[in-house]
Design a protein around this ligand. Structure first.
Ligand code: GLN
Length: 482
């Protein structure tokens, strides 16, 4: 089978008898083995995936109609639970832990005919921007193996980039789907907060976390999102509204009202190549009949500090459950309960996770709570109000997804603040609950891909996809399927 196939083309091939689900799964298992050095997958569910494929082929042989995601081969980030399969958040802390239930997103995928091929490598507990902080070792970017794939969902991005599966599910708390999608030259979507149930997603920062989708095509990402989205009694923060029908179809051209944040384009950390590409893009958009307006957003520089205060606070609380008693790793030869906690957490968590837990405890401690945590909550509220005000007049805010292209391994590992600052454009959507996606659009002078981020109003995924298709029409028509 051809390595890059849209779901639509794959389904045509299945119906014509040109391929089978078993052939597709076998193809991807071989590809994963061949590219094992990329370290994208932690585990391949070979036996179960082939069995599922055989059942789906029998369904076709019986002459039954195809299911919406019939035979679609999906990889899942190692923070998403799949009943009877291991899940570890790429941490020693959860070594050997097996899910006792499936995430709602996984259940919906399987009900729609998808095949889960394996679990994918990532930064430990989804904390990081480079996929260097994993108990299973780093993930390589297939476009340049000396460079990071981005993070934290690096394995899920590389798996799609290198054609090791058709689509992946990742999680996005501050950019972990969009940023690796940008670094790997693929499509990455983070839906509105609550669009996809968080049931069965290992928590990092619960008021930010969302499951997102990686794909080669905008339409495929939309179709997978439409499958996993929707109200869920198991997550009280899940939105009660449904996505509109047919969200995966390419919409006809219409003039768009687009905004960009002046401070983003003028940011001193923005790579020159990226800035030049965006200036040209704005001209192209205007020439195509769209309005492109600069808006003031002085709070831009407050976004990264606000994000890191709030997410570390939530993480320190969420990760308190890993104490050597309830889950996974427990230190040996300890006689005192307190020592068990200390030694299990000391040995079970990696450096970055410990840094976040300590930061979180600090901003929540009685002497600093008002100065950091309460203040950050107030700034979050302001960001929400100001973003809503802008999006009341525009279809989307467009920006680079990341201020620079994929960096070399080790380049930012000794400077956590430099790594945090790379999240400047992505954390916005999570702070305000808005949907945002990255589409691959450009190539940097030294060969790496970079993309465009489209951020729309909460609940307005349909508009976000419309804008994405329109951008693709101008810069990369191959991303849309008609
Ligand atoms: N890089 C960000 C962080 O480290 C985002 C991570 C994510 O979205 N999971 O928190």
């Amino acid at each position: 089978m051809r390595s890059i196939t849209s779901i639509k083309d794959y389904h045509i091939a299945l119906q014509n008898g040109h391929t089978t689900c078993v052939a597709a799964v076998s193809h991807f298992i071989a590809a994963i083995q061949e590219k094992a050095h990329l370290n994208a997958f932690i585990e391949v569910f070979e036996h179960d995936a082939l069995a599922q494929a055989a059942t789906l082929d029998a369904h076709i042989a019986d002459g039954k109609p195809l299911l919406p995601l019939h035979g679609v081969v999906v990889g899942i980030k190692d923070v998403i639970c799949y009943k009877g399969h291991r899940v570890t958040a790429a941490s020693k802390m959860l070594a050997g832990f097996e899910s006792v239930y499936s995430a709602t997103a996984v259940e919906r995928l399987i009900a729609a005919g998808a095949i889960i091929i394996g679990r994918q490598n990532c930064d430990e507990f989804a904390m990081g921007s480079s996929s260097e902080h994993s108990a299973y070792g780093k993930v390589l970017n297939a476009a340049d193996e000396a460079r990071v794939p981005g993070g934290s969902s690096g394995g899920s991005a590389v798996a799609v980039q290198a054609n090791l599966c058709m689509v992946s599910l990742g999680s996005d708390t501050g950019g972990s789907v969009r940023q690796p999608a940008d670094f790997c030259g693929i499509v990455g979507v983070k839906p509105s907060y609550g669009r996809v149930s968080r049931y069965g997603l290992i928590a990092y920062a619960s008021s930010f976390d969302q499951i997102g989708v990686f794909a080669h095509y905008i339409n495929d990402a939309a179709l997978v999102l439409a499958t996993i989205a929707g109200p869920d009694g198991k997550d009280s923060t899940a939105l009660q509204t449904h996505l509109p029908q047919g969200i995966h179809h390419t919409t006809p051209h219409r003039p768009m009202r687009l905004a960009y944040l002046k401070e983003a384009l003028e940011h001193e950390g923005l790579d020159r190549n990226i800035k030049a590409a965006f200036e040209q893009l704005f001209q192209q958009l205007k020439a195509a009949g769209h309005t492109v307006t600069a808006v003031d957003f002085p709070l831009l520089t407050q976004m990264v500090p606000t994000y890191y205060v709030l997410t570390t606070a939530e993480a320190s609380s969420n990760l308190s459950r890993y104490d050597g008693v309830k889950f996974g790793f427990a230190a040996n030869e300890v006689t005192q309960l307190n020592d068990l906690y200390i030694q299990s957490r000391t040995a079970g968590f990696g450096k970055e996770v410990k840094r976040r837990i300590m930061l979180g405890n600090f901003v929540l401690s009685s002497g600093y709570y008002d100065a950091y945590f309460s203040k950050a909550q107030q700034v979050r509220r302001l960001l929400q109000q100001q973003t809503r005000n802008i999006l009341a007049s525009y279809d989307a805010i467009i920006s680079p997804t990341v201020p620079g292209p994929a960096w070399r391994f080790g380049e930012k590992s000794t400077n956590p603040t430099a790594m945090f600052l790379a999240d400047i454009f992505t954390v916005h959507a999570n702070l305000v609950g808005a949907p945002a996606m990255s589409i691959p659009a450009f190539q940097h002078d030294f060969g790496m891909p970079f993309g465009i981020q489209v951020l729309s109003s909460e609940g307005a995924e349909a508009t976000m996809f419309e804008v994405a298709h329109e951008l693709a029409r101008l810069v990369k028509p191959g991303l849309s399927i008609n």
